[in-house]
Ligand binder design. Structure first.
Ligand code: SF4
Length: 511
């Protein structure tokens, strides 16, 4: 649809002799998915939402030709006089802080010059010409950046482990195998700002002494793959990838590897096994990838969002980044907000923002006047947070205390009509399907849990089923080989913790 709208604009601009005065820029996603397609007209910053091909003629003739804003298409966040607020003042955006998403919806991701115009590759230039590798690592450590893929491991520490390994071949990897149901943060960054990841991976390569990187991305993201490929080629043309970058003796090359859609390949050791060309199964740790990763060589693996923060940290300094967020969780986090919420989309908030702010102030609340029941964070590895914890500041540690986890950033909102046992079953079905089968606790245990849940939801639950479910969940958590199995019981444990009455009602009432 957006492509058709762009073509229609070009036709109408030509018809009205505006083609030399107005430039149509195709950007990545703005984040406000519920209201797309979105067009922002500068310099006014008028934000038109849910635009159709038929609307283009009016926008061209009224706004672009006569300077009259088309009020009926304006995003409803307007000033009293009816004019649109600039993007930073629209409620959906004003409470956000866009670091990882800074260029999404702003630049044309297929044009490297636009990224460069927004300070792109300046951080790489600074690193290569002014800083020693250990100084780069020190900056990342002092920033407090932790992995945005789920685990929350300190990024600088990971880089330091790899840098300290004896010389020789080392690798930098990017995990873009985003597979959680409801999560699309990494996809948006790659579709909207692929150079930020390329630049960060080159910086990581310099910091640890690697000259080769791989982006492992799921094949189900064709636009992200295409834009990343274009970005890599343009970076090579501009001498920002390849040999002697910025005239230094640092060389770094980058290749894409496509994932075939197995959720377990998002687990770091399985991902590397898959890049090596084998079946994507996890390996026991230690040894950790920083010591023995790809082809047995020291390797760092970070996810897309983690990398997207790096250039800004280098340019603005670790103190700036560390001043955002909470004591142990610095910076911002991107969430893909979906489910029973008005403004579905992508939001980036400072760590420490409460769930209430995300759901009501940014998300616009629950549709149809329904009551909020729970928020599910962390996808199939996470848990459900009930209304009594709406005012908890979101950070790594507070979510774990609540029995959930940050995960990569999926945030699914449930209202009073959702059955929490069904929600737990939905996520468990997903993990049963995605278990690689290597270890029995996950291969067999998750199936047994699902059988019990199916009995309960079909009204055939028996006395003792809930206790059995809880016991199995705890044992699988303690004994599964990789993160997929260790966290698979979380949706069950957290719904048992906050919504046990719903399980009991199913068993008692046989419904
Ligand atoms: Fe495979 Fe599950 Fe064991 Fe992980 S926990 S290795 S996904 S069977």
């Amino acid at each position: 649809n957006s492509e058709k709208i762009i073509a229609e604009f070009e036709t109408h601009l030509a018809k009205n002799n505006l083609q030399n005065e107005v430039k149509v820029v195709k950007t990545g996603c703005f984040g406000l998915c519920a209201k797309g397609p979105i067009i922002v007209v500068y310099p006014e910053g008028a934000m038109y939402t849910m635009v159709t091909v038929e609307d283009v003629k009016e926008i061209t003739e009224e706004h672009l030709l006569k300077g009259r804003i088309v009020k009926r298409l304006l995003h409803n966040d307007t000033h009293e006089d009816g004019t649109s607020k600039s993007l930073e003042n629209v409620d959906f955006f004003s409470r956000q802080m866009r670091i990882a998403l800074r260029n999404c919806g702003v630049i044309n991701p297929e044009d490297i010059t636009e990224y460069i115009a927004y300070d792109g590759y300046k951080a790489l230039g600074k690193v290569l010409t002014e800083l020693k590798p250990e100084e780069v690592i020190d900056i990342i450590k002092r920033s407090g950046l932790r992995g945005r893929g789920g685990g929350g491991f300190p990024t600088g520490l990971k880089w330091e482990f790899a840098a300290k390994q004896p010389g020789g071949q080392k690798y930098v990897c990017c995990n873009a195998d985003e597979g959680d149901p409801g999560a699309f943060m990494d996809r948006s960054v790659l579709e909207g700002d692929p150079h930020s990841v390329i630049e960060a991976m080159a910086i990581a390569g310099y910091a640890i002494g690697a000259d080769q990187g791989y982006v492992y991305i799921r094949a189900e993201y064709p636009i992200a793959v295409k834009r990343l490929q274009i970005a890599i080629e343009q970076a090579k043309e501009y001498g920002l990838l390849g040999k002697n970058i910025f005239g230094t003796d640092f060389s770094f090359d980058l290749e894409i590897r496509l994932g075939a859609g197995a959720f377990v390949c998002g687990e770091e050791t399985a991902l590397m096994t898959s890049i090596e060309g084998h079946r994507g199964e996890p390996r026991p740790r230690p040894p950790f990838p920083a010591v023995k990763g790809l082809w047995g060589k020291p390797t760092i693996l970070n996810n897309v969002e983690t990398y997207a923060n790096i250039p800004q940290i280098i340019l603005k300094g670790p103190e700036w980044f560390a001043s955002i967020g909470t004591e142990k969780s610095k910076g911002t986090k991107v969430f893909a907000v979906g489910g029973k919420i008005n403004n579905t989309g992508l939001v980036e908030i400072p760590m420490g923002t409460t769930l209430r702010e995300v759901i009501y102030d940014i998300g616009g609340g629950i549709p149809n006047g329904k009551k909020f029941k729970a928020a599910q964070t962390g996808g199939p590895s996470g848990g459900c947070i009930p209304a009594s914890h709406l005012d908890t500041p979101i950070d790594y540690d507070s979510l774990i205390q609540l029995g959930s986890m940050m995960g990569s950033g999926g945030l699914i909102i449930m209202d009073e009509d959702n059955c929490m046992v069904d929600i737990a079953k939905f996520f468990l079905e997903f993990t049963v399907d995605e278990s690689c089968g290597k270890c029995p606790p996950c291969r067999i245990g998750t199936k047994r849990m699902l059988e019990i849940l199916e009995r309960i939801t079909e009204g055939k639950g028996e006395e003792g089923d809930i206790e059995k479910l809880e016991l199995l969940a705890k044992n699988i958590k303690a004994s599964a080989l990789c993160g997929l199995g260790q966290t698979a019981p979380n949706p069950i444990l957290s719904t048992l913790r906050y919504f046990k009455d719903e399980y009991i009602a199913h068993v008692k009432d046989k419904k």
